[in-house]
Design a protein around this ligand. Structure first.
Ligand code: FAD
Length: 562
């Protein structure tokens, strides 16, 4: 292994009330189609801001419940400078970024705020923190980047024990690269951009790019079974994570970074998706690849959703191996066009010439067309051959290539999208996502079922709603469907109750139509009501036994998953 010795800066916290960094926000300026689109589909005026989060000083942050003995033990473990009971720090660590959490934060309803934040610098310190917590019968919640979207970070409302948030941000180093095996040892608290920067400096990449990449960590990805947009090539985090070092109540759990093993039920798999319930992940050995010679994402248009899904299935079944396969349905395609800046290359799609060509020569109904992005990576000749092979499949399904500009734009802008939820909340509108995966044969029925369920929920609430979907993360046997919904709640019922009606309808449709409760957003508390329908009662029983056996005092992130 080649030792790597960089000490990167620790990253600042996100806004306590929303996504991302202070001072950065989504704006409709320069996007002439956006305001009219939102007016038409949600009935709201984007120029009118109706709700803003309160000032931090207006919040009623409860006093921390931290005894002197426990504080002293934590300070001995990590040093005084890394133990914090600062109110802002505690509120930032109280929750993740699900819509429910954002709404409650904005209401000043802070929930069970952790009493103290502890920032260990290495795995020995993590072990000492856990030992001190167990001795004091305190609750420990590991904290990565705080981007959880499924309620995986909040302590139970009635928790009377001291709650310790263990923030791994100081453990952010690439430790070593085994160039022969293409494996990298990495500390679990590293954020996405810093992991890539450290690897890229030596010519390597991990290739894991979730939409939350800028603010999420390796440990969080592992603990939630994350998936990134290039998963078709690099695999989901579950594929890319080979070895683990985890501090558990009974000592250091170590799994070897072997390519495959026959050691009974997989302990590595038990840690994947464990959401902090089994221990604190300190280090992972992950698969890395050499930086590709060439990387490109091309845009394509398909005549309709059915043809798009068939084309993605055919690509998955072929010898082609793209890094990204993503196709938006007609509703998401319209939204994409509406959010583009004036005079962007995508506008050309709407230009008369191309519109006429698509309609007259290709038989497109422009209201039904679907925008796809397909990515290619590798040596120049390999990329050229892949493009050719995919191009044949696209043509056979009535699609056309519209070049690299739309893909480049998507690639540059994808990490800005999470700011849109805060922008809409400022204007009294709710927007959120639900995603699933299912076999190819099941996807059309699931898509129709989820749409019917969401539209039924909008009608039952008497609200104007918008639902859109894209397919991403293709596998041989199936793919992920990712739905985004938005609506302005009516004044007759609490907004969160209305949100529950829509979100629950979509989630129920997933399990009713053969999908899973989530492809990559984890269970947390948001999706726990569907777990038994997804994995059966004996499956839930096994998970319970695993958590109870590993953590008999229920000290580790209690109340999540089951
Ligand atoms: C706008 C938005 C976009 C998103 N896009 C994607 C996407 O494209 N793909 C995707 O997969 N997810 C996505 N997510 C979900 C979220 O980013 C992932 O779940 C991510 O993996 C969480 O990482 P984190 O470091 O922020 O973990 P946190 O949110 O801090 O924690 C999540 C869970 O993991 C546990 N945990 C964290 N670190 C450790 C550790 N070291 N040891 C043990 N347990 C730990 C926590 O206790 C908690 O239960 C998105 C979320 C948002 C809000």
């Amino acid at each position: 292994m080649t030792a790597v010795a960089t000490r990167p800066p620790v990253k600042g916290a996100m806004k306590w009330w929303g996504w991302g960094e202070e001072g950065v926000a989504f704006s409709h300026e320069g996007k002439p189609g956006f305001g009219p689109f939102i007016k038409e589909h949600l009935g709201i005026d984007v120029e009118h801001t109706s709700a803003r989060p309160p000032a931090f000083g207006e919040l009623d942050v409860p006093e921390p419940n931290l005894g002197d003995d426990l504080r002293a033990a934590l300070e001995r473990a990590v040093g005084d400078a890394h133990v914090s009971d600062d109110s802002h720090d505690r509120v930032v660590h109280a929750r993740g970024k699900s819509l429910r959490e954002l709404i409650r934060q904005r209401r000043g309803d802070l929930g069970r705020v952790p009493d103290v934040i502890v920032r260990p610098g290495d795995e020995t310190e993590v072990a000492e923190v856990l030992r001190a917590a167990l001795d004091a019968d305190a609750v420990v919640i590991p904290f990565g980047g705080g981007t959880s979207i499924s309620g995986s970070l909040e302590a139970p409302a009635q928790e009377t024990r001291t709650v310790i948030s263990v923030d791994l941000e100081r453990m952010d180093r690439l430790l070593a690269i085994d160039e022969t095996s293409r494996l990298a040892r990495v500390q679990a608290g590293v954020y996405g951009p810093h992991l890539e920067a450290q690897l890229n400096a030596q010519g390597w990449t991990f290739g894991h790019y979730p939409d939350s990449f800028t603010h999420s960590t390796l440990g969080g990805w592992i603990a939630t079974r994350s998936s990134g947009m290039q998963s078709d090539r690099y695999g989901d985090i579950a594929d890319a994570t080979r070895g683990l070092r985890v501090v558990t109540p009974s000592g250091m759990l170590v799994t070897r970074p072997v390519p495959s093993t026959s050691t009974g039920p997989s302990v590595r798999e038990m840690v994947l998706g464990s959401e902090g319930r089994l221990g604190i992940i300190c280090e992972a050995t992950v698969q890395v690849r050499r930086l590709p010679e060439e990387r490109t994402i091309l845009g394509y248009l398909f005549p309709d959703w059915a043809a798009s899904v068939q084309a993605m299935n055919a690509i998955a079944a072929s010898e082609a191996a793209p890094s990204v396969t993503r196709v938006a349905d007609a509703d998401e395609t319209r939204f994409s066009f509406a959010t583009k800046k004036g005079n962007s290359p995508l506008d050309s799609v709407k230009s008369k010439a191309l519109g006429t060509y698509l309609k007259r020569r290709r038989g497109f109904d422009l209201d039904e067309m679907c925008l796809a992005f397909i990515g290619y990576e590798g040596p120049e000749r390999f990329v050229a051959a892949q493009r050719k092979g995919v191009g044949r499949i696209v043509s056979a399904h009535g699609g056309v290539c519209i070049g690299a500009s739309p893909g480049e734009l998507y690639d540059q802008k994808k990490f800005d999208t999470p700011y849109i939820r805060d922008y809409l909340l400022d204007r009294g509108s709710l927007a959120d996502v639900s995603e699933t995966s299912a076999p190819w044969g099941t996807l059309p029925g699931l898509y129709a079922g989820a749409r019917a369920a969401a539209n039924g929920a909008f009608s039952a609430l008497g609200v104007q709603g918008y639902l859109m979907c894209h397919l991403s993360h293709s596998y041989n046997a199936g793919a992920c469907l990712y739905f985004t919904f938005a609506f302005a709640p009516s004044g007759t019922r609490d907004a969160l109750e209305q949100y529950d009606v829509v979100k629950s309808a979509i989630q129920q449709a997933f399990v009713d139509h053969g999908g899973t409760l989530s492809h990559h957003h984890a269970v947390g508390t948001e999706h726990a009501p569907w777990l038994e329908q997804d994995i059966s009662a004996p499956g839930v029983g096994m998970l319970r036994a695993l958590f109870d056996g590993t953590d008999p005092g229920a000290n580790l992130n209690p109340g999540k998953i089951v």
